[in-house]
Design a protein around this ligand. Structure first.
Ligand code: PLP
Length: 495
């Protein structure tokens, strides 16, 4: 890991460039080194432990050096990073990672993503890159089509569903403020009537973050009880009726623990009937992909009546991090929330053109649309239908196996691609199941064969396995089953 001092061959002989500055010849070597590492990593993904559980104490000493005074060849920097970081790499893009809700990267998506870095387009405005702007417009249009959402909607790519939730809720805030006679983006919320937000107790943490950032406040949320992950519609009715003014409503299309769906059409009908108006935002971070499965698409019934929808491409679309999407029925309140004016930017924007920075919080932006375009172009609708079908078949196979095992208990039906379950101690009549389940999660993670994450559901410790990686096969599901059996057996045997 030592650094060698730079030699003249590393640097350009061009006298107009400062000494110590790499030459353009370094690109090929640096990228070849990265390609070599990347291919080696990708083709051996299934052979390595999914995670090595590196602790801060393991990692920090590997990165303890002060800033190097003297540089090295770019390809050396790349190789050195790998040697230092290797124990901390989690193979979450591999086929046996079932933690959280995590996609991998299809080959086309990954190649597109690499190119996005190489071309280094600023996807903020049309003028900064007509190619990036047009690609993003096309990706949004293709995704609307893929998810059977109205073609008249618009949208933009974000860093993930957290920011997509933020964008949808910002648009809702702006819309509601107008109804109350003020302009939230211009005037702020201080001194103006509060804007109530209604959602079930299973609202995702990221939407709460968005409420905090937007000044609506986490605690302003009117929390409706959920039964088995699904909002109590009667309680929702009462809460909406109690709102004298306009409200923002958040529906879950795919609750993160179990994949349960709120009844979107019924909620949309209630919103439409609320005389002062209600903005319906749907968090469909992964649930939107139900649209690609004829059997599961009814779970999304009524989503076309929503005002905004948040989803993720770095989950089931299997594009690399980071990429989310916000869709809106009417783009005006989104634009009002995020568009600014500045002489140098107005000139840069161009009046006739679409400028992404008017619809999202960031100004300069990564060219995320390129990975998504390549992914969609290479797989087509059929490719994505196949990925979703395979993921759902894997989830169903695993859920059936859990259900048939007397040592395990399904905590909820596998509504979509998440299986939520727990371990049962054979001889303790329910006592100690939490400890056993928690120990099993840890043992599975440490075993390295497969990766799942823990949660709490209905007051009990539980295990979640999410299926949305394009490369996961039925054999990987069998490996997961074996890993679960071994981990539970080991945890039971432990004194
Ligand atoms: C339902 C839901 N909403 C929002 C998010 C946040 O997404 P991201 O991590 O892409 O910001 C997630 C992530 O798992 C999710 O499952």
């Amino acid at each position: 890991m030592g650094q060698r001092s730079s030699t003249m061959s590393d640097f350009t002989a061009d006298a107009t460039v400062d000494a110590g500055w790499p030459s353009s010849a370094a690109w090929a070597e640096a990228l070849d080194a990265a390609r070599h590492i990347a291919i080696g990593y990708l083709i051996t993904l299934p052979e390595h432990p999914v995670s090595r559980h590196a602790s801060p104490a393991d990692m920090a000493p590997r990165f303890a050096d002060p800033l190097p005074a003297v540089g090295c060849a770019p390809e050396e920097a790349v190789g050195e990073w790998l040697r230092r970081a290797e124990p901390g790499i989690v193979r979450s893009s591999g086929p046996r990672y079932f933690g959280f809700v995590t996609g991998g990267s299809t080959p086309a998506a990954l190649a597109g993503d690499w190119l996005a870095s190489a071309l280094d387009q600023n996807a903020g405005s049309w003028l900064m890159s007509p190619a990036a702007a047009q690609t993003e417009l096309t990706v949004v249009r293709w995704l609307l089509e893929l998810f059977s959402l109205p073609a008249s909607w618009s949208g933009a790519l974000t860093s993930g569903a957290t920011m997509a939730n933020l964008c949808g809720l910002a648009a809702g805030r702006q819309w509601a403020a107008h109804r109350l006679g003020f302009d939230a983006a211009r005037d702020g919320l201080g001194g103006n009537p509060a804007i109530p937000v209604i959602a079930s107790a299973e609202i995702h943490q990221s939407a709460l973050k968005a409420l905090a950032i937007l000044g609506l406040g986490r605690d302003a949320l009117r929390i409706i009880p959920a039964h088995d992950g699904v909002i109590d519609l009667d309680a929702f009715d009462r809460a909406l009726l109690a709102c004298e003014g306009p409200a923002i409503v958040v529906a879950n299309a795919g609750e993160v623990n179990t994949g349960a769906f709120d009844p979107i059409r019924a909620m949309a009908d209630r919103c439409a009937a609320h005389a002062p108006g209600a903005w319906l935002h749907v968090d469909a971070a992964f649930g939107l992909y139900a649209a690609l499965s004829p059997r599961h698409a009814p779970l999304l019934d009524g989503i076309d009546l929503a005002d905004s929808v948040a989803s993720d491409a770095h989950k089931w679309l299997n594009v690399p991090y980071d990429c989310g999407i916000v869709f809106v029925r009417d783009r005006a309140p989104l634009r009002e929330s995020f568009a600014g004016t500045a002489a140098y930017l107005d000139a840069a924007a161009g009046s006739e053109t679409w400028n992404a920075f008017d619809y999202v919080p960031e100004m300069s932006r990564r060219f995320r649309a390129l990975a998504a375009w390549c992914a969609l172009r290479a797989a087509g609708r059929q490719g994505y239908e196949a990925i979703v079908a395979r993921s759902l078949a894997n989830a169903a196979q695993f859920a059936a196996w859990v259900d048939a095992d007397p040592g395990l208990e399904l905590m909820a039906p596998a509504h979509l691609n998440i299986v939520c379950f727990r371990a049962r101690h054979p001889s303790r009549a329910g006592r100690g199941d939490d400890a056993l389940t928690t120990a099993a999660v840890e043992a599975i993670q440490r075993g390295g064969v497969a990766y799942v994450t823990g949660t709490r559901w209905r007051g009990a410790a539980a295990i979640r396995a999410a299926f949305d990686n394009w490369s996961t096969t039925a054999a990987d599901v069998v490996a997961l089953q074996q890993a679960v059996s071994d981990a539970v057996a080991a945890a039971i045997a432990r004194p």
